[in-house]
Structure formats: C-alpha cells, structure tokens
Design a protein around this ligand. Structure first.
Ligand code: BGC
Ligand code: BGC
Length: 870
C-alpha cells in the first residue's frame, strides 16, 4: 500500500505530507483541517467553466467530454445572472435544507438554491398528502424563491426527493422493485420505462429532482444498502444505471431532453460506497485506484454519458479520508477529466464528518468540489458560516461562482425559469399517482425480477385448483414486501392501509386460486384449519435502510430460526412447501432451502406483490402464462461466513451455492435438458464452535424475531410498536430518544417498582455460542432499590443477576457499557440454548434508565459481572 501511495504521490508531484494523509485528496489542508492558509486551496479550485479545464490527466481514468456540449447562449445567461448576485445570494444557492426544518417564509427570506424532503418527510407532515398538496408546497416554494422582496434575488429553487423505487414517499404512488430486483431482471428497457413512470409521478407532485439511480456496486452483502445496488457485477450496474437516467431525464441528444415530465437524475454515491470493508455503511474503501475505476466507477461513466445532471458525494472514506473532502476525485477526476458540468450535491450532513468540520460549517467540502451542501436542519448556521468564510477568503469567490454556475446551468437546462411546478403538464393530477399503466409496469417488473432457486420434482408451476395454505409474516404485508425507503425512511411503521394501490402476495395467490375454483387459507404462523395440499410461505428480512441494515453475518435469523421451524413443521406434516423469500440481499438459507420443495428469491418487489403469484401458477386450462426470467445479480452464499463473495474472485468459488447469473426456468433453455433436483445442503452453522462475531438483539429496534414488551407491576404485558409507550397500569413509561443516532436509545421511567422491560421471541433463541451480554446504559443516579436483569427460558426457567452493586459502583450521568458473562446467567439457571426472553430488566422501585444496543458477543472483554472459568 505504501508503495502505491508513493507512486501516486510522485506521479501527482504533490507534497509527501498531504499524501500520507489523503491518498487522492492531495491538496494543501484547508484551515478547518488545521493546515495552511485556506485561500491557497481555493485559488487552486477549478476554473469557473470546468468543463473545458483539463488540468492534468489521470491515467487510471478515461477521458470523457460532457454529454451535452456547452451552449454559448445559455452560458452567457448564466454570466449575466451571476454578475447580478451578491455573495449572500450565491451562498444561499449552495445550501439545501429539508422541509421538516425550513418553511416557505424561510425560502422567501433566504432564497435557497434547493431543498429536499428526506425519507419520510411530507408536506405539512401529512403522510397521506395528495398530489395537489405536494404540488401546492412546490409551487409556494417556487414563488417564494422568485420573490425578491426580502433577499433581492429571483431564482427559482429545485426540490430534490428520494424517488428510488418509484415516488416512494407519496401515498398511492407505484412502488417498483428495489434495484436488486431490477438487477435480477437485467432488462435495461424495463428500467428505462420505470424511470419514465417515476418521473411522471414525481412531476405530478411538482418536484424537479430525483436522488436516483444508486449506482453502487455492492461487493459485501452485509452492507445495509445492498438492495439499492443493481448488482455485484459492474457491467449490470453500468447498463441499468444509465437506463434509469435516460428514463428520468430523457434522451440527452433529443430536443425535449429534461423537458415536460422529465426530471433531473442523480448518480450516487460517488465513489466506492459499495466497496467498504466489511460492508459497513459509511465505511472505508481500501482498493487501489485501478480497482476503484474497474469496480465502482462504471455506473458513473455510463450515467455521465447518458447526461446525468447531478452526482451525490458518498459518506464513505477512501483510504481513511472521507469522500466529501476528496478534491482529487470530486474536482480533478469527475469535473475536470470526466467533463462533468452539472452539480455535485453532498449527502445528508456528510460534510459534518470531515475533520475540523461540523454540520454547521465546512469550507473543506465546498473547496473539495461539493456544489450543494445537504444540510437538512442546521442550514441557518451553515449559511452564516459559509458567508463569513467567503468574506474571509476561506472559500474563494471563484469556487463559489463555479458552484453557482453549475446550479444555474442545471436550472436553465431543465427549463426551471420558464415553468413553475404548476405549469408542468400533469401537475397535481392525482390520476398519475399509481396510474394503472405504471402499476402494469410494476407487475411486469416483479415478474421479471424473481429468481427461481429450487424446484424439486417440478413442483412449480402449481395447478391452481388446490387447497393452498398461505403462511409467513411476509404473506400479507406490503410493508415487508417493499423494504426500506417506502413511505418512511426505514420502511417501518406502515401498514397495508398506507398503500391504497398496493397488493399483497397473498391477494395475488387468492386471485389465481379462486379463479380456478381452489381455496386459500391465510395463517401467518402456519397453523391451518384444514390440511392443505401445498403451502406457500412468504418470509424474509424486515425493512431497513442504510446503516440500520448492516449485519455481521449473512446467516438468516441467526440463532433464532423461527421460519426454519415453521417450514420444517409443514414439511413434516407431508405438505409441499413453496418458499417465497423477501430480502434485500442473498442470505445463507440452507436450512430453509432444505425444508422447501421450491424456493423463489423475490427480493423487495414493492406494491405489485400480486404479480408474484402470476409466476407460481398455471392457468386453469393447464397452460403456463409466464416463465421465470430473473437471474441472480449477486452470488448466493453456501456458508454463513462467506463475505465478501463475488464472481471472479478466486477465493470465492467454494463458498458459492448459486453463482452470479443463476436462475431456473420452467422451460429449459437447452433443448432436452432435464431439470436436476437440488440435493440436501449442509446446515451446520459451526455448531459447538464459539461465535466470532456479535449478534445484535436490539439496535434501535429489536432484531428479527424479537419484540419489545413492557409488563406493568400488575404483570400485564404489551408489545411496544410505537416510539412511545406505557405499561397498561402506568407503572413504566418508555420513549425512543436520540443518543448516537436518531432514536437509538430507550428512555425508561419506572413510576413504581415491579414493572419490566423485555425482549420477547416467538421461537426460542440459541445464544450458547456467545460469551457475553453487552449493552449501553445510563442512569441519573444509582437506583435506591434493586435493578435486576434476567434471561428467561420459559415458565419456571431462567437466571437473574442483580445489577444494583454495579450501578452504584459506576459513574451516573453518562453512558456506560455494561458487559456481563453469559455464564453467570447459566449458573443462575438460564438455558442459554433455549431463551424466549433473552433480556428482562426489572426495577424494584421508581427509577429512570436509558438503554441502547443490546447484543451478545464472543467473550473478549473483561466483564463487569464475571463467571468465566467458574
Ligand atoms: C442517503 C441518500 C439520500 C439522502 C436524502 C442520505 O442519508 O445516503 O441516499 O439521498 O439521505 O434523503
Ligand atoms: C431522513 C433520511 C436521511 C437520514 C439520514 C432521516 O431522518 O429522513 O432521508 O437519509 O435521516 O440519517
């Protein structure tokens, strides 16, 4: 690595000092890094018209020119607008607040260049807002931006939204399969059509700018954003990313490019988001430059070619330095060598992660090449600080002008000055939201995205005139089939009622079966009234987004296995089992595959869940209406500890169960080929072997298969599903609060003794491979009466520890990591391989505690209560 660094540095003729710190950000350190005079940095910033500037050539990268040649008339118009603007008006252009923290009056007063609604942000905080209500806010913001009475400038703003699988924040919108499913389809025309449909629904709400496509190439599927990636294969990403851009923006060479319902697209997150170590979200990528280009840049090269107008910087680091500060990659490579003349937008407070920066100030990000700072909440301080930094020369006039020039260029190109949101054809038209043609497209996309992994004995396609049991917690849940970035950021907290246009997988199965004279029975836990001929079991991951979806291992339901138990129970009863697996990534499911006769990877299909059934059944007359089409966009693991696992990597071969591109068909592609049954697979998870990674039981929310419950002093227990709850007798109050992340901690307030907070599993948990129970706890003062923690293995079975001495000994008023040897619970009577309630916290008196991050880990740290060796 050192060798490479030296090589890079010499070839770039830059100071050794800069290079040891930042591999591809070898610029003098701006003031906020505590370095040299920042004016020096800014004076080196690219010239105002960077599309022409090719300062240096970086051999790892191709040379591109802008997809659209500079238009002299348009550039002249930019010049004249720029000349009319004051520094304050220019700074306002580069600030992007979120509608939850900024009003129309703020827009009138400051004249921001853009604003966003992050995941789960709606006009008036109303998740049921209509197209007309979304449009009304867009129009008011537009007019407030044009209103020069307070800020002296008349520049309309852009509104950006995460329409990442359809216009997914809007009630009633068509929600398409997440990118992973579209990657399985491999169909660029389909993706382009989805881009067009999404743009039409976004235009109906008056919004101009879509933060998609994600062109990440996820190379470690433990990453919580794997499903936002089309594939581990850069070629698929390259192809489909460009297709979505064409769909959203139109054909870059056509006269109507960016006009009418076409919207602005964003290629994100530049660069290397899918290449972080361990698949950690916002983590560090350590590939060399050639590998970065080969694996992670392909989606940028193709979308730039397709004329993408904005690129979002990534949260991740490259060789330890955050992308938001990487001038080499943002400015020298992207803007200069690749000729990108559009906008580089930062990600959500991503600037605040740079050394020396905060959410409220960060000249370094602007100097590195960020043109718009996404600063959802702290925009006012950012605006004032940036203005002061411009006055002090910490951000140069030239750099600011370049950023504003780019913003104006995109606004002018897209006709923003000519048409207000309400003047776009279809604006406010509720009929466009979830339009039948878009829903038909979504059904087609679902059919093309499913991958058939197992079909022993040719069980599928089923004859529909059957008695069918439909089971599994994904069978009748649009929430679960849609995943993250659906109505809310995490995709949680919704029910089928939030999707007036949505259809569950169960509804599709019923439609097929009833039309043929068969019968269905829905029973999520698989307990049936009447024995069925076949069970279709829909299981899989619960919704998550970003870092919340990071996992330590790909073992599906590690240590819990309730779905495995459900499948095995049905199989043991002699019922044929078809598993439909909903997930944002491949997972290790050997036990579930073994217990299924047929197994379909359905990814996250979105609102057209009914289309899943169209592939599972024959027509009543016996004909087969649809064949499978999808092929695996990611290598499927044979062992739970297989990551990273990617086609072409030598080390991967023996860990692959189904390779990239695998997928069965009803109709064999080679004439005469006889479909082979999948033999039984190895189910060992390394039983008896000590775990080497940790298992989260509660991190912002309970792990799959667990629920939070509170039980009052009266013993009455209830599930906690909202971010505030109280025991039925009022003895314990619970509230989700912010600690390190949003709502990552629980504030617990015992009004009287006897109440408990617990994690409850519907199936027993096996934690015997782990060594310690670890959690974070904070208390204002040591509780006056006993606080105990128990692990329960069923009625009359369990072990309890008294935490009071520990709480008295450790400092109150700050977060403390508590580490307990699991052996102590075992000694006290808990069967660690059979826990129903792995965490039962009780106070004997009134007290207040905050709790976060409950996990079990290998025994590595010194324990606060120790029994090791006992
Ligand atoms: C995500 C982006 C998204 C942005 C705005 C960030 O946390 O990384 O993908 O566009 O939020 O919601
Ligand atoms: C927003 C998302 C954003 C995330 C970043 C959430 O509150 O709704 O849009 O990506 O925060 O942490």
């Amino acid at each position: 690595m050192l060798k490479f660094r030296l090589k890079t540095c010499t070839s770039m003729l830059l100071s050794a000092l800069g290079c040891t710190v930042l591999l591809w950000a070898c610029t003098p350190q701006p003031a906020e890094h505590g370095g040299q005079n920042p004016a020096q940095t800014s004076s080196q910033t690219s010239s105002s018209n960077s599309s022409q500037a090719k300062a240096s050539v970086h051999p790892a990268w191709p040379e591109l020119s802008p997809a659209r040649k500079a238009d002299p008339q348009l550039e002249a118009r930019i010049d004249s607008i720029l000349q009319s603007l004051t520094p304050a008006q220019k700074v306002a252009q580069i600030i992007q607040p979120d509608i939850r923290w900024m009003s129309v009056d703020d827009m009138r007063q400051y004249g921001f260049g853009s604003y966003l609604n992050g995941g789960g942000a709606f006009p008036g905080d109303n998740k049921a807002a209509t197209a007309a209500q979304w449009l009304a806010l867009a129009e008011q913001m537009y007019q407030a931006g044009l209103d020069a009475s307070l800020d002296g400038a008349a520049i309309p703003p852009l509104w950006g939204t995460d329409a990442v699988h359809g216009h997914n924040n809007v009630r009633g919108a068509t929600v398409f399969p997440h990118n992973i499913g579209l990657g399985a389809s491999g169909n660029a025309e389909l993706v382009e059509a989805i881009g067009r449909a999404t743009a039409a629904e976004v235009a109906a709400t008056g919004i101009q700018w879509i933060f998609a496509p994600t062109v990440a190439v996820a190379r470690d599927d433990r990453w919580g954003r794997s499903y936002e990636s089309y594939s581990e294969d850069p070629a698929r990403v390259r192809n489909l990313g460009a297709a979505l851009v064409r769909g959203i923006q139109g054909d870059v060479q056509a006269a109507d490019w960016l006009q009418g319902p076409s919207r602005l697209a964003t290629a994100k997150h530049y660069l290397g988001d899918g290449g972080t170590e361990g698949g950690r979200d916002q983590g560090n990528t350590t590939l060399d430059e050639a590998e970065l280009v080969r694996l992670h840049a392909q989606g940028y090269l193709s979308t730039l070619d397709a004329g993408v107008q904005t690129v979002m910087a990534s949260f991740n680091s490259i060789h330890g330095s955050k992308m938001h500060g990487n001038r080499y990659l943002l400015t020298e490579v992207l803007k200069e060598q690749l000729g990108f003349d559009g906008i580089v937008v930062g990600d959500w407070n991503g600037h605040g992660q740079l050394p020396g920066c905060s959410n409220q100030r960060c000249a370094a990000a602007v100097n590195a090449g960020i043109d718009i700072i996404m600063v959802p909440e702290d925009w006012k301080a950012m605006y004032q600080n940036t203005l002061a930094q411009v006055a002090a020369g910490e951000v140069s006039q030239a750099r600011l002008d370049d950023a504003v020039r780019r913003i104006l260029r995109v606004k002018l190109r897209s006709g923003l000055f000519e048409h207000s949101p309400a003047q776009i054809a279809g604006a406010g038209d509720q009929q466009l939201i979830g339009h039948p043609a878009h829903q038909a497209l979504a059904r087609d996309a679902v059919r093309q995205s499913l991958v058939l992994l197992k079909n022993n004995g040719g069980l599928l396609p089923l004859a529909p005139k059957l008695r069918v049991l439909v089971a599994g917690d994904g069978a009748d849940s649009i929430t679960k089939q849609s995943g993250g970035w659906t109505v809310s950021w995490q995709g949680t907290g919704t029910s089928n009622a939030d999707f007036p246009q949505g259809r569950t997988i169960y509804s599709g199965i019923t439609a097929q079966v009833q039309a043929a004279g068969g019968q269905t029975e829905l029973s999520l836990d698989g307990h049936y009234q009447q024995k069925p001929a076949v069970a279709i079991v829909v299981i899989g991951e619960n919704p998550y987004a970003e870092f919340d979806g990071d996992v330590a291992s790909l073992d599906y339901q590690a240590g819990q296995n309730q779905d495995e138990a459900l499948l095995k129970r049905l199989k043991a009863a002699g019922i044929k089992v078809v598993t439909v697996f909903l997930s944002g990534r491949p997972l290790w499911v050997n036990p579930e595959l073994n217990a299924s006769d047929a197994f379909v990877a359905a990814w996250l299909p979105g609102t057209a869940g009914d289309a899943v059934a169209e592939l599972l059944f024959r027509k009543p007359n016996g004909s087969v209406p649809y064949d499978f089409h999808g092929t695996l966009p990611f290598s499927w693991p044979k062992t739970p500890d297989s990551q990273p696992l990617n086609a072409g990597d030598a080390a991967s071969a023996e860990k692959v169960l189904f390779g990239l591109g695998y997928g069965l068909r009803y109709q064999p592609q080679t004439a005469g080929a006889v479909p082979q049954d999948l033999p039984l697979l190895d189910e060992t998870t390394a039983t008896g072997v000590k775990a080497t990674t940790q298992l989260a039981l509660f991190e912002r929310r309970p792990a799959a298969g667990l629920r939070i419950q509170i039980a009052g002093a009266d013993g009455v227990a209830s599930d906690v599903t909202a971010n505030q709850a109280a025991a039925s007798d009022g003895s314990l109050l619970l509230r989700a609060v912010n600690w390190q992340k949003q709502e990552d901690a629980l504030a617990l307030n015992w009004q009287q003794g006897g109440a408990t907070l617990r994690l409850h599993g519907s199936e027993a948990l096996d934690l015997s491979r782990y060594g310690q129970l670890v959690f974070d706890l904070k208390w204002q003062q040591a509780p006056a009466q006993a606080v105990t923690l128990a692990m329960s293995c069923g009625s009359g079975c369990g072990g309890q520890l008294d935490l009071s001495p520990l709480l008295a000994a450790k400092a109150a008023g700050q977060w403390q990591k508590i580490t307990l040897d699991l052996a102590c619970f075992a000694k006290a009577g808990a069967a660690l391989n059979h826990l129903y309630q792995p965490f039962v916290l009780q106070s004997a008196g009134s007290t207040a505690l905050s709790l976060a991050n409950i996990r079990v880990t290998p025994a590595t740290a010194a324990a606060d209560i120790s029994c090791a060796g006992d």
